[in-house]
Design a protein around this ligand. Structure first.
Ligand code: FE2
Length: 307
């Protein structure tokens, strides 16, 4: 809003920001339920297929959400994700809907306030919905419930940039455990040990398993400097060490992140989402307790910041 905006068009903010109760850096936004309902009613006639086929409609949703949330909502989200002190937030639909199309629309609006989503090769869409269940025959830890899903960044094995990632919980039943785990690089107690090792700057080869539908061979170092300062790119499953020294370095690095006191467990109720800066956060998932009725559905979106 600038000085010439008529007074009646300036809306009060329809959200509050507080510290997240489980993570010292994340912020929690609580959105006004009337504004959320008004947003969902506003975009009711836009179907999800339209969003999948027409990229500019995803930005239309972002624009509508900003209009309903008022005062600097979009700018606030971008500033949080780019702010090294925070770099992440949690927010949700506050129970106003349990409809999965509404979840896709809301998540899309939040993501596209930051910028365009990348194509997700696993789903062949700009987002992916996936289940974690009792049984799984997949080829990575993503859908395996009873394994620790080790700390990692996203987008390691593709050439395009992955600036931010969004994860939204759609549904969860009979789930004990399985919490998200987040580590901000500056909270990693042994960070300097791995940054100062010459292997931290050496380009390493990444290759994805078949389910990812990505055949690229990407080389990137674990640590690099970028727009947000010291940054990391790492995932244990897809990095291909060329020798024993690289393998040992990567194994020690992974174990150190898992065991760092800075790695915090965060619970995410259905209808809530988390967004992280992918350059200075690593994320993972705790194992679930065994339950044959375990059912959890998540949506992910990953993208770049708007230019
Ligand atoms: Fe991930």
């Amino acid at each position: 809003m600038n000085a010439t905006t008529p007074q009646h068009l300036i809306q009060p903010a329809a959200y509050e920001i507080t510290a997240h109760p489980e993570h010292p850096r994340l912020l929690k936004l609580t959105l006004n339920t009337e504004a959320l309902n008004a947003f969902l009613a506003d975009v009711r006639d836009i179907d999800v297929q339209n969003l999948e086929y027409v990229p500019f409609m995803r930005f239309h949703l972002a624009r509508r959400l900003k209009a309903h949330m008022g005062a600097d909502f979009g700018e606030t989200l971008v500033n949080i994700i780019k702010d090294r002190k925070h770099g992440g937030f949690v927010l949700g639909l506050e129970g106003v809907s349990q409809d999965s199309d509404d979840y896709v629309k809301f998540g899309t609006a939040i993501g596209h306030i930051l910028g365009p989503a990348n194509h997700d090769s696993m789903s062949n869409k700009y987002y992916a919905r996936f289940l974690v269940k009792h049984t799984d025959s997949s080829d990575s830890y993503l859908r395996q419930a009873y394994r620790l899903f080790t700390m990692h960044t996203d987008g390691t094995f593709v050439t395009e940039a992955t600036d931010w990632l969004l994860m939204m919980k759609f549904d969860e039943q009979n789930a004990v455990g399985g919490e998200s785990r987040f580590l901000h690089l500056d909270d990693w107690s042994e960070l300097q040990r791995f940054v100062q090792d010459p292997l931290g700057a050496r380009p390493l080869l990444y290759k994805a398993p078949g389910s990812k539908n990505v055949n690229e061979r990407v080389e990137r170092p674990v640590f690099f400097h970028g727009e947000f300062g010291l940054s990391i790119s790492f995932i244990d499953q897809f990095v291909q060490p060329a020798n024993d020294a690289e393998a040992e370095y990567l194994q020690n690095l992974s174990e150190s992140m898992e065991n760092s006191p800075g790695t915090r467990t965060v619970s995410l109720p259905a209808g809530d989402l988390v967004v992280l800066n992918n350059y200075f956060y690593v994320h993972g998932r705790a194992p679930f307790e065994r339950n044959e009725q375990l059912h959890r559905e998540l949506m992910r979106q990953r993208g770049t910041f708007a230019q």
